[in-house]
Design a protein around this ligand. Structure first.
Ligand code: DC
Length: 232
């Protein structure tokens, strides 16, 4: 079974997807981490992603990505190095959004995402999972919340990790990424026609997790029963 959770950054996709994966024994795949790893690699090479898209394409073949699932969740390896922590900085967030505009980058990562989804029951989060990566996913959720609320949540997360940043900076980054991710030509951030739209504005993250996990779990059970009935 495939479950797609899409939406803008800070909507709570990963927290919800992790909780559901644990409860229902699915593999959680965080596609954003893959764009982040590519962004990190280009930053390391000193490439100005926005102004040198051809350079990104030239170096793309040097990248080998792999995913491993451990007790604390998904780990991502960039050319053999575990970069799961390194990819979580504000600079890498912007770099990820910028590399994600480039079709060559998307083709490479979507191929990997589809291979992973073909092997196991997955709950995959991203921007284009329901519309492009897994258009036949049995369950699709498009999660959102106001940009101010998402920035508030992300700011709190960053502060908890000891990052030196301000709410205003986080809000600016988020607005930049929302626009960049939604306005790109190839596989932009948008809800699939058959996705369930859920706005979590006004809910705490905990309340949202509870609400969406319940919704997804009941849909999974419905789909499993349907499958069982059909095979009987
Ligand atoms: O989910 P995230 O914040 O870790 O994603 C980082 C960036 O990667 C995001 O700004 C847009 C891009 N992305 C994408 O274009 N498509 C995906 N399926 C996942 C992420």
């Amino acid at each position: 079974m495939q479950i797609a959770i899409d939406g803008p950054s800070g909507a709570g996709k990963s927290t919800i997807a992790k909780a559901v994966a644990k409860k229902m024994n699915f593999t959680y795949i965080d596609t954003g981490a893959m764009y982040r790893a590519v962004g990190l690699y280009m930053l390391t090479l000193g490439i100005d992603i926005k102004n040198e898209p051809d350079e990104v394409a030239v170096h793309l073949d040097e990248i080998r990505l792999s995913i491993r699932h451990e007790a604390d969740g998904q780990h991502i390896f960039l050319n053999g190095e575990d970069v799961s922590d390194k990819i979580r900085t504000p600079e890498v967030s912007i770099a990820a959004s910028n590399v994600a505009v480039l079709p060559a980058v998307r083709m490479k990562l979507v191929e990997l995402q589809r291979i992973l989804a073909a092997k196991q029951d997955v709950i995959m989060d991203g921007r284009d999972v329901g519309t492009y990566v897994l258009p036949d996913a049995e369950i699709k959720i498009f999660l959102t919340a106001s940009v101010e609320e998402r920035a508030k949540r992300r700011f709190a997360e960053l502060c908890e990790k000891g990052a030196q940043t301000t709410y205003e900076d986080v809000l600016e980054d988020m607005k930049y990424r929302d626009k960049n991710d939604s306005s790109r030509a190839f596989a932009p951030l948008k809800a699939a026609d058959d996705a369930e739209l859920v706005d979590t504005s006004g809910n705490t993250l905990e309340e949202s997790v509870e609400r969406i996990s319940k919704l997804i779990c009941s849909k999974i059970n419905e789909k499993r029963n349907e499958k069982e009935c059909l095979s009987e």
